[in-house]
Ligand binder design. Structure first.
Ligand code: DAT
Ligand code: MG
Length: 150
């Protein structure tokens, strides 16, 4: 069975605030593997597609404006239970409810500036990875794998 993968995006506020290294470091040190990464500005229509499930929400317009307001860092991370564990590393959607020690708990205040996105299910991760990385992922395996995984 292929290893689990998740889609992680550092939002424009995270990029502007110099949190790229901090976010990467937390996933890397945990024992997950970076399989793809790019810094890019996104078109409005692309942001709308990424958040299509939320299109009926009153905050949808503001959310899309925020995502297109500057470059984002799109990534794919791989590892055991990386979808659910990635959500734990990120913390609750509203940063005021995120536990200290999580990315949002440590670095964010407002829900509309919550620094980072992470897929919420394996199925949505698959869809988001296909949307953001149609070119495919890097093929590699870490020489430290046996020191992290039994
Ligand atoms: P998450 O990003 O934790 O998966 P989500 O998918 O429910 O949360 O919503 C996507 C983003 O939309 C979220 O990171 C911030 C914004 N958002 C969610 N609920 C909101 C609300 N009630 N008011 C304003 N923005 C909201
Ligand atoms: Mg979500």
């Amino acid at each position: 069975m292929a290893a689990e993968q998740t889609f992680i995006m550092i939002k424009p506020d995270g990029v502007q605030r110099g949190l790229i290294g901090e976010v990467i470091s937390r996933f890397e040190k945990k024992g997950f593997y970076l399989k793809a990464m790019k810094l890019q500005n996104v078109e409005k229509s692309f942001a709308e597609q990424h958040y299509a499930d939320l299109s009926s929400k009153p905050f949808f317009g503001g959310l899309v404006e925020y995502i297109v307001s500057g470059p984002v860092v799109a990534m794919v991370w791989e590892g055991k239970s990386v979808v659910a564990t990635g959500r734990k590393i990120i913390g609750a959607t509203n940063p005021l409810a995120s536990e200290p020690g999580t990315i949002r708990g440590d670095f964010a205040v407002d829900i509309g500036r919550n620094v980072i996105h992470g897929s919420d299910s394996v199925e949505n991760a698959r869809k988001e990875i296909a949307l953001w990385f149609p070119e495919g992922l890097a093929e590699w395996s870490s020489s430290q794998h046996c020191w992290v995984y039994e």
